[in-house]
Design a binder for this molecule. Structure first.
Ligand code: 1CP
Length: 352
């Protein structure tokens, strides 16, 4: 499982394990399928769900950013809602909108539609896409899943929401149903990530993008226990486990206590502050403001230098603070990779 001997010492995996590295590894959240013309060419022939259902197309799109930018990791091309679609939830991914769920989940009766996810039977294309991509990659593949709160927010809201108001209302009004919902979603994420690691993924990331909308009190009471259970379950896979959420400055201590091996920070929290507030054994990932990718080169270079100046000497992976903006010039991303790779780790592998 995820133990290709040729890649076990890849910079990404060493950094996630807190080991010294020769250069800082870098990848970009949403590096596939956003700004690349070669992705748009594939999208002209197939919808997003059609790509994920085709191992050949999914593997091809997964490889595109690695070939073009020389990033230190691939991330499987899929979406956080594809396991829900695979168990029969009527989800559609609308261009320019995101996941839309025709019949939202709002009561305990609705939970019956969320049966367990059995990847081998429900989504054979998932493991096949991972195997195909890994057979052509010389960097690790990151498997991913949506975090329980973030998946719950799409299911309860019925689509993207700025406030997650309906999801939070269910959480507060009916904590028992909420807990059952989150437990089912954590089981779905665990099943999906297990299948991806068994097929060759060498690290996993849980995208709990929207947890920042919760207070620390609500996150700790209504979400953290489930996330902790998810990370406990993932530990058996033996690969580094990254946890990412947006706007989590007020949640860092809680997030750190959920048990991840690495935490992805957005641009709002300086890396050096994150280092102090997370357990020392937890690696950091982040956190260039994605908007910097749209700036002229000198500005982009200064912003990258600023992030690198705050980065710990060990246990660090460069990334953006959120996904690549779709209008990014791909050349800017390639340039960021060159800058990060050229940067000499200040403390040459000494403790952070
Ligand atoms: O690198 C990659 O792009 C890999 C593939 C990938 C990943 C990692 C996609 C393809 N989606 C995701 C994760 C994802 N999907 C997240 C977590 C990361 C994040 O916060 O950005 C979330 C919240 C989603 C949900 C989603 N799917 C949205 C956001 C909607 C909202 O609430 O604002 C959107 C727009 C999608 C559709 C989608 N997923 C992926 C692509 C390439 C697209 C656009 C599809 C299209 O327009 O055809």
């Amino acid at each position: 499982m995820g133990d290709d001997p040729g890649l076990i010492d890849a910079p990404l995996l060493r950094a996630l394990r807190g080991e010294p590295v020769e250069y800082i590894p870098v990848w970009f959240m949403r590096q596939a399928g956003r700004s690349l013309p070669e992705y748009r060419a594939v999208r002209e022939r197939a919808t997003l769900l059609e790509i994920t259902h085709s191992p050949e197309l999914a593997a091809e799109v997964t490889l595109q950013p690695v070939r073009r930018h020389g990033v230190d990791a691939a991330i499987l091309f899929s979406d956080i809602v594809t396991p829900l679609e695979a168990i029969g939830v009527d989800v559609d991914i609308r261009p320019g909108v995101g996941p839309v769920i025709a019949t939202p989940v709002r009561t305990s009766r609705d939970l019956r539609r969320l049966r367990p996810f059995e990847p081998a039977a429900d989504a054979p294309w998932l493991a096949e896409a991972v195997r195909l991509a890994c057979s052509e990659l010389s960097v690790p593949l990151i498997g991913f899943a949506g975090g329980p709160f973030t998946l719950a927010s799409y299911l309860v809201e019925g689509g993207p929401s700025k406030t997650q108001a309906r999801a939070k209302a269910l959480m507060l009004a009916d904590p028992a149903t909420w807990r059952m919902l989150l437990d089912r979603l954590a089981d779905i994420a665990l099943a999906s990530l297990t299948a991806q690691v068994q097929a060759g993924a060498q690290a996993v990331q849980v995208f709990d993008s929207w947890i920042g909308s919760l207070s620390a009190r609500h996150y700790t009471a209504h979400v953290l226990p489930v996330v902790r259970r998810l990370f406990d379950g993932l530990a058996a896979l033996g690969v580094p486990r990254i946890y990412f959420g947006l706007g989590t400055g007020h949640l860092l201590e809680a997030i750190g206590s959920a048990g991840p091996d690495a935490v992805g920070l957005d641009w709002r929290v300086p890396l050096d502050e994150g280092r102090l507030r997370l357990p020392p054994e937890v690696a950091l990932q982040g956190n260039l403001d994605p908007v910097a990718c749209l700036a002229p080169r000198p500005v982009l270079e200064a912003e990258v230098a600023d992030v690198l100046a705050q980065a710990p000497g060990r246990g660090y992976v460069f990334n953006l603070g959120h996904g690549v903006p779709p209008e990014t010039d791909p050349g800017s991303l390639t340039h960021v990779v060159e800058l990060v790779h050229a940067h000499r780790t200040r403390r040459e592998g000494l403790a952070p």
